[in-house]
Design a protein around this ligand. Structure first.
Ligand SMILES: [Zn+2]
Length: 89
């Protein structure tokens, strides 16, 4: 278990949050013109790097905000946390 420093509620246990996926995935700019390959990449294909990740988490048992969390997937160290709409920390 690790703590996530919610910018609104302060440090909270990760089990107060729900994981929302990779924060670096971007929807095709022109969805109607995207190829099947672009949709497959957007919907299903993810990198799985060892180390740093940018992840979306929702504080479901707190402020209910969507957050962008920088986390080391090996050590589980949380390196930063900002609103999901902000630039990476
Ligand atoms: Zn919160």
């Amino acid at each position: 278990m690790f703590l996530i420093p919610c910018p609104h509620c302060g440090p909270r246990a990760m089990n107060e949050f729900s994981y929302g996926g990779d924060a670096t995935v971007t929807r095709p700019a022109a969805p109607g013109e995207a190829s099947d390959g672009e949709w497959i990449e957007y919907l299903y294909l993810r990198d799985n790097p060892k180390g740093g990740h940018e992840e979306l988490w929702q504080h479901i048992h707190g402020c209910r905000r969507w957050l962008r969390v920088s986390r080391d997937a090996v050590s589980h160290d949380v390196l930063g946390c900002v609103e999901a709409t902000e630039a990476p920390s």
